[in-house]
Design a binder for this molecule. Structure first.
Ligand SMILES: [Zn+2]
Length: 378
C-alpha cells in the first residue's frame, strides 16, 4: 500500500491518518482479524470519545427508494414482501481544524441523476406510460441537498468536502462538475477510498446494476482526494475503512453529544447490527441459527467476510444508543423505513433525523455567527 494520504500541505493539516487499525488489518485469517479489529475498535472509540466533538451535525431525509429485501437482509429468508423501503439521508457536518471550520456533506445524493442507475431505471421503466406516477409512489422525494443546505443556513460555496460511504447509485457531477459544467460546489472535493474510486471506474458485471452510468465521468482529478486508509477530518469526524458492502466502503464516525454516530450502508439500520433484539421477521431466527452477530446488506457481494468484520467494527465503535440500549448508535445512510406501500417490514427502532450543535456561517472571514433560529424550520 502507498502512502496513507496524498494531499496538499493544507489538506494534510485537516485530514490526518489514524493508526489504530493498521496492525489488525494485517491478520490474514478472517477469524483472527475479527477479534483484532474488534479490539482496535474499542481502543479507537475510547480515544475518539476523549477528544473534541464535531461542531455541528445535522442529518436530513432526501428520498425513499425500494430495495430488495433479499439483499437488505442477506440470507435471512425473510418472507412478507420482496421489497423494503429505505430512506436516504444527507449528513451536514462541521468540524474545527487547523485551517478553520470545515463543512463536510456526507452522502449528498442527487436523486434525479441517481434514478438513472440501471436497477432503478428497470423498476420504473416497467410502469410504461405510468412511469411518472409510479416513480412518485415508489420513490417519494422528501428534500434536495440544495434545500437542506439552505435550511441550515449554508451556501454551496461553504462546502469544503463531500463523501459517500460507497459509490453505489451516485452521480457526483452535479456537485463537482465535469468537462461541461463547473459544478454546484465550487470549493468542494470528494473524499473517497482509493479502492472505491478504482472499482467504480472499472466495473465488473455483478456491479453494473448498482452504479450510475457515467456518474463519475469527467470530474476533474483536482476535485478528488483518494485515501489509502483511516483518517480524521479535523476534530470530531473520522472516516474508517469498512470494506464489504463494496470493496472500498468506508464509515463516517461523528463525535456528538449523543456519543459516536456511525454512518454506513453495510447494514440497513440498527436492527441489522443487533439481530437478536430485532422484531423484523426472520432476523432473530437467522442470527440464533447461525451465530451471526450482524445481518449483511449484500447486493454486489464484494467481500462477505470483510463486511461481517466491518459491521462488528462499526457497532463496536458506535457503542449502544443512549436511549435504545439494545441497539448500537448507528445512523445508517440508507435506513429501513416504514411505508404504507411496502407493508411487512418495520424497523424495531429508528432514531430519525438528528441535530446537534450550532451551524457556523462564513458570511465574513473568521467570524462565527451563532444561529440557533435557522434550525426551527427543520
Ligand atoms: Zn450500496
Amino acid at each position: 500500500m502507498g502512502s496513507v494520504l496524498k494531499t496538499s500541505t493544507i489538506e494534510s493539516s485537516i485530514i490526518k491518518p489514524i493508526k489504530h487499525f493498521e496492525e489488525a488489518r494485517k491478520c490474514n485469517t478472517a477469524h483472527y482479524r475479527l477479534e483484532a479489529m474488534r479490539k482496535a475498535a474499542v481502543s479507537f472509540r475510547d480515544d475518539m470519545l476523549a477528544k473534541p466533538q464535531a461542531r455541528f451535525y445535522q442529518s436530513m431525509g432526501l428520498i425513499r427508494v425500494p430495495y430488495p429485501s433479499k439483499y437488505a437482509f442477506l440470507n435471512c429468508n425473510v418472507i412478507p414482501n420482496p421489497y423494503i423501503h429505505i430512506l436516504n439521508r444527507v449528513f451536514i457536518v462541521q468540524v474545527d481544524s487547523e485551517e478553520g471550520v470545515k463543512t463536510i456533506l456526507l452522502s449528498p445524493s442527487d436523486a434525479e441523476a441517481n434514478a438513472e442507475t440501471p436497477y432503478f431505471r428497470k423498476v420504473i421503466d416497467k410502469a410504461g406510460p405510468l412511469k411518472a406516477l409510479v416513480r412518485k409512489f415508489l420513490a417519494p422525494e422528501i428534500n434536495t441537498v440544495e434545500a437542506c443546505l439552505k435550511q441550515v443556513g449554508l451556501t454551496p460555496e461553504d462546502v469544503d468536502y463531500i463523501s459517500y460511504d460507497h459509490l453505489h447509485t451516485q452521480d457526483i457531477r452535479r456537485w463537482l462538475g465535469d468537462s461541461k459544467n463547473p459544478g454546484l460546489f465550487p470549493n468542494a472535493k470528494l473524499l473517497v477510498m482509493r479502492e472505491e474510486w478504482t472499482a467504480a471506474n472499472f466495473l465488473m458485471p455483478p456491479q453494473l446494476d448498482w452504479y450510475c452510468p457515467n456518474g463519475l465521468a469527467g470530474v476533474p482529478e483536482s476535485r478528488i482526494i483518494q485515501l489509502d486508509g483511516d483518517v480524521m477530518i479535523g476534530d470530531g469526524l473520522a472516516l474508517i475503512r469498512t470494506p464489504g458492502h463494496t470493496v472500498g466502503n468506508h464509515s463516517f464516525v461523528a463525535h456528538t453529544p449523543e456519543g459516536l454516530k456511525v454512518t454506513s450502508e453495510n447494514g440497513v439500520g440498527p436492527d441489522c447490527y443487533a439481530p437478536l433484539h430485532s422484531r423484523i421477521p426472520g432476523l432473530k431466527k437467522y442470527a440464533q441459527q447461525t451465530g451471526m452477530e450482524v445481518i449483511l446488506n449484500g447486493n454486489t457481494l464484494e467481500g462477505g467476510l470483510d463486511q461481517y468484520i466491518s459491521m462488528v467494527v462499526e457497532k463496536t465503535i458506535a457503542g449502544n444508543h443512549p436511549l435504545y440500549t439494545d441497539f448500537p448508535n448507528m445512523a445508517n445512510s440508507s435506513e429501513l423505513t416504514s411505508y404504507w406501500g411496502f407493508p411487512g417490514y418495520r424497523p424495531t427502532v429508528t432514531y430519525g433525523d438528528l441535530s446537534f450543535g450550532t451551524v457556523y456561517k462564513k458570511r465574513s472571514p473568521n467570524v462565527a455567527i451563532a444561529d440557533s433560529v435557522c434550525l426551527e424550520s427543520l
